[in-house]
Design a protein around this ligand. Structure first.
Ligand code: SAM
Length: 375
């Protein structure tokens, strides 16, 4: 006969140190999460920009500078000071921003710009009920089915990284590509979204022609507006097209920025890229930084990517044909399998940052550069 003890298993002993460590992490996360709407408010109302001269301000002075409500700003400033997005000077009871905080929060055109991320985050919070439902049903959720803040949030989140690395280090790392782009080449940017990467390349290589494709027509419309505003619409064409059937041939460079893993059929896309490349053409794949081993990806950056993957990337892939669901942390070995299944022989990692891996892919096999890993 079962005893009372065996039918009600004992509660496992709680280790107070482990519990405290968990709560400590949770308190950090809760503060960051609750501060998120304040970062959006600060960006939209120009509060960070108004503090970018480093002058020590009272809430009333900041309210006068920005035509906003002093009482709210006092609370906003204290929350931001507690999170060290602004600083508090207790001696004068004023607030100011350091040059580093200004760089990260007050200007759009810098290699580090934090507010973009919060637009993306806000859109995912708005989609939470839809996401919960697909976790029940297993259905996909296309990029186009997300709340519209995702599109601008993604552009603003990724653009600073491209600004920091694309022209200065990623393109020069590709064998012979920079020379071609300077001389005049044909470039296709697939899954281009609002065209941030396409436009940065077009502005840097005026002799070349650029074609941006994305399956999402609303993103393509925005990309066209951005091209017109940047004054490069004569050399940059944007068109709605999926990665498996984008038009044109003889591209010297085909680029995929943070989108291969979002596709349902990345192998089909790889096959199409092979057909669209010029002889000796290069496929540049930029993917989120990842290791092949799940345990090695359980880092602060991996946490961001797995969370984006669980809410955007895997649902997008599952919404499309094949539905491979690579995920944003697939890792180089898995990406290489996809590329080779598409008929390419050469696969080299030519650059990496804490956030991205850059792969050079070519039809013919060849030595990878010594300075970087040959995965
Ligand atoms: C994470 S966003 C990256 C956008 C852009 N490359 C950037 O870095 O800012 C992924 C993009 O892939 C696009 N996409 C997803 N599946 C696609 C497909 N099968 N063909 C073309 N584009 C696709 C989405 O519409 C979205 O714009």
């Amino acid at each position: 006969m079962a005893t009372a003890a065996s039918s009600h298993p004992q509660t496992p002993a709680i280790d107070p140190e482990k519990l405290n460590a968990l709560l400590g992490r949770a308190v950090q996360d809760m503060g960051a999460a609750l501060q998120a709407p304040l970062v959006l408010i600060g960006d939209r109302l120009g509060l960070y920009r108004a503090m970018s001269d480093g002058v020590h301000l009272t809430p009333a002075e900041l309210a006068r500078r920005t035509n906003t409500s002093e009482r709210y700003l006092r609370e906003w400033l204290n929350a931001n000071a507690a999170g060290h997005f602004v600083e508090y000077d207790a001696a004068t009871d004023t607030y100011f921003m350091t040059p580093e905080e200004t760089l990260a929060l007050a200007s759009d055109d810098t290699p580090i710009h934090l507010p973009g991320f919060y637009y993306l985050l806000a859109s995912l919070m708005k989609d939470e009920e839809k996401l919960t439902e697909i976790y029940r049903t297993g259905k996909g959720m296309g990029w186009h089915e997300h709340e519209k803040g995702l599109f601008e949030g993604t552009e603003r989140f990724f653009r600073p990284t491209y600004l920091a690395s694309l022209v200065s280090s990623w393109i020069p790392a590709l064998n012979g590509v920079e020379e071609k782009l300077k001389a005049g080449a044909r470039v296709a940017d697939i899954g281009c979204g609002h065209g941030a990467s396409t436009l940065l390349m077009a502005q840097s290589y005026p002799a070349s022609q650029f074609f941006g494709f994305d399956y999402h027509p609303q993103s393509i419309e925005k990309a066209r507006e951005r091209a017109a505003a940047a004054g490069v619409a004569d050399r940059v064409k944007f068109e709605a097209a999926p990665a498996k059937s984008f038009p044109g041939k003889n591209y010297d460079l085909v680029a995929f920025f943070d989108c291969l893993h979002d596709m349902g059929d990345p192998v089909g896309a790889a096959r199409h890229v092979r057909e669209a490349l010029a002889p000796d053409g290069t496929w540049m794949i930029v993917e989120p930084f990842a290791h092949d081993d799940t345990a090695a990806n359980l880092t602060p950056v991996g946490r961001i990517y797995y969370s984006a993957s669980a809410t955007v990337c895997v649902p997008c892939s599952l919404s499309q044909e094949v539905g491979l669901g690579l995920g944003a942390q697939a890792g180089p070995a898995r990406i290489q399998e996809v590329v080779r299944a598409g008929g390419f022989a050469r696969f080299c990692t030519v650059a990496e940052t804490p956030f991205n891996l850059v792969f050079e892919v070519k039809e013919e096999d060849g030595e990878c550069p010594d300075s970087v890993r040959d995965w």
